[in-house]
Design a protein around this ligand. Structure first.
Ligand code: JFZ
Length: 590
């Protein structure tokens, strides 16, 4: 038993190290403040907030900050918005305290978005807020001072490749349709490099530069930008979207929270409604419950949560955003210990009731779905010496059993009847020694077994199109030669219903069913066709629920380790997306 534990501990440490290894190009010290923060504010602010989603009396679909592109507004017309941009209600101290009171540790603001308009006083181009608007102030100077005073890091978003104002840059094909006439290098040398230099010279210490949409930038151009940032401010981070993997950390797709084991430090940018830049008709606000759970979930997967606000042309952060940030702040004031400077979930799989974060000697259980009869956890080999509700330190009664006969190490927590915090009640466990967990997949106390695609042994044929995306989902399984298998432990024998959980594409939309699959487990085989038999909440994206397909029922007669395989039997030809597999789920028959 002892040696098994040591091996497991060893495996766990290796997994932990891999999960936290920084990018080769980022020294640990540069990343430290950032990985400890876990939570930042994104601010999209520019002259696109004057039209606020409407052009010539017509509502323009898409993101508010993309209106120039979506409505194909000529440069000469768009430029006129500058004269109407006068954010007299802008108050840097207020913005920074809204961020700070919600628990955020840094602010990343658009210094220049794709429209090319600099939101700071630039000597490189007169196309900027100080020179062209009646406001004539430099909000970045004021934010830098307010951040210094209130102890937050200021960071700049900078669109390096797209610049719809410049004839030589990428993106504007309505004013500058002749692609061959474009000299990207000239735009890059004469605007991008000197503007990035200004941003890192005139505003004190900058936490990071959030480059975006690398598009067709070359390796040399990405590298020179990253080097320039590090040369001017060695502690300043470079975002993954600088291009060619040259950033100090990875950026997930917008509004995507990865589920798989991400090997590099990563961040997810998230909108509170559906736009980054203010749109007057976008009222699709996420609830504060969704935001709190996304923050905890991102931390449990080792990432940073960058939550966006889109202030108006008056300089006001929408009250709907402020309300929600205040609710997150209220939760953080009691629970931030379970977010800042935490390490991810030590188990390779997700738990049915919520998510886990850790610190040396501590395990934080973020309970989203409050169990009726207390909470039982398997696989905890560390001895627990105390348990309490984090928010008020109320002790939680617990019992830990090491049942060697069947290999189940169970921890039982006795809980009050109702959730103390319906958004996320955090229970903190005090560990007597180093963290030791059993990383193998096993049936959970509620009887379910979840077999995630990213933890399978995936037998891919040479012609396979399938790949694991950054969510930990297998996309484009179209090849009938590919198959998957898992091994897992059954703790409570009996009959289980087998379900296949599939997803839309990473950025939403696109789902193919009708594939016939064979599931083999415990000397039984099930043959079924992938169909839409219901929806399941998608933790990565509230707008695109997963699809449940019923595969049939299997019986396990005794405890033990089993192998389950999924093999194609008949795949329809010519599918565009193929199977997009999240997991196999086995659930006890009611
Ligand atoms: C970009 C911008 O175009 C957008 O306006 C906003 O600033 C956002 C934060 O970033 O949009 C993207 C960039 C990358 C992805 C999605 C949207 N992506 O990788 O999924």
């Amino acid at each position: 038993m002892r040696s098994v534990c040591v091996v497991i501990l060893g495996l766990f440490l290796v997994l932990q190290l891999a999960a936290q290894a920084p990018a080769a190009n980022a020294p640990q010290s540069r990343l430290e403040w950032w990985t400890q923060s876990r939570f930042g504010m994104f601010v999209h602010w520019g002259i696109y907030t004057v039209p606020a989603g409407e052009w010539n009396g017509r509502e323009i679909n898409g993101l508010g900050e993309w209106i120039m592109n979506r409505a194909k507004i000529p440069v000469g017309d768009y430029e006129k918005l500058a004269a109407q941009f006068n954010p007299v209600q802008f108050d840097a101290e207020k913005w920074v305290s809204i961020a700070k009171n919600s628990g955020m540790k840094y602010i990343t603001i658009t210094s220049k978005h794709h429209d090319g308009f600099a939101m700071y006083g630039s000597n490189v181009s007169p196309y900027n807020i100080v020179d062209l608007t009646p406001f004539h102030r430099d909000p970045m100077k004021e934010l830098a001072a307010a951040c210094q005073r209130q102890g937050l890091k200021l960071c700049f978003y900078y669109s390096q490749t797209q610049d719809w104002h410049e004839p030589d840059a990428v993106g504007n094909d309505w004013d500058f349709p002749d692609e061959r006439a474009k000299n990207f290098q000239k735009y890059y040398d004469e605007k991008v490099i000197p503007q990035v230099r200004e941003l890192l010279t005139n505003y004190g210490p900058i936490g990071l530069i959030w480059f975006d949409t690398p598009r067709n930038i070359t390796v040399e151009q990405s590298r020179k930008l990253a080097d320039l940032v590090h040369m001017l401010q060695p502690q300043c981070l470079v975002s993954g979207r600088v291009g060619h993997g040259l950033g100090d950390y990875d950026s997930a797709g917008d509004n995507q929270i990865s589920v798989g084991a991400v090997k590099r430090p990563w961040e997810t940018p998230v909108t509170i409604n559906d736009t980054w830049g203010f749109k007057k008709n976008d009222h699709n606000w996420k609830s504060s419950r969704v935001l709190i759970r996304q923050l905890a979930t991102t931390a449990s997967r080792g990432g940073n949560y960058l939550l966006n606000v889109g202030p108006t042309s008056q300089g006001v952060i929408p009250p709907e955003s402020v309300e929600r940030l205040q609710a997150v702040g209220k939760w953080m004031s009691a629970n931030s210990e379970s977010i800042y400077a935490t390490s991810p979930n030590p188990f390779p799989y997700e738990l049915p009731w919520g998510v886990i974060t850790t610190k040396p000697g501590k395990l934080y259980l973020h309970v989203f779905s409050w169990p009726q009869n207390g909470l039982t956890m398997y696989g905890m080999h560390s001895r627990v010496q105390g348990a309490a509700l984090l928010a008020n330190r109320a002790p939680v009664t617990f019992l830990q059993k090491q049942d060697k006969a069947n290999g189940v190490a169970a921890l039982n927590l006795k809980l009050p009847a109702t959730a103390p915090d319906p958004d996320d009640s955090v229970i903190v466990l005090d560990l007597a020694g180093p963290l030791e967990v059993d990383p193998s997949l096993e049936q959970q106390p509620d009887g379910t077994v979840t077999l995630p695609a990213h933890l399978s042994e995936f037998h891919r044929s040479a012609e396979s199109q399938a790949q694991l995306d950054s969510r930990g989902v297998v996309e484009r399984w179209t090849n009938p030669q590919d198959w998957m298998e898992w091994s897992f432990k059954v703790n409570a024998p009996g009959s289980l219903d087998v379900e296949l959980i599939t997803s839309q594409q990473k950025y939403g939309g696109g789902w193919d069913g009708q594939q016939r699959l064979v599931v083999a487990v415990a000397s039984q085989t099930l043959s079924a066709v992938v169909a839409d038999n219901g929806a399941l909440e998608n933790p990565s994206n509230p707008y695109w629920p997963y699809v449940i397909s019923k595969m049939g029922r299997v019986r396990f007669n005794k405890r033990g380790t089993y192998n389950l395989s999924v093999k194609p039997e008949d795949f329809p030809a010519g599918q565009m997306y193929g199977l997009t597999l999240v997991s196999i789920r086995l659930r006890p028959v009611k």
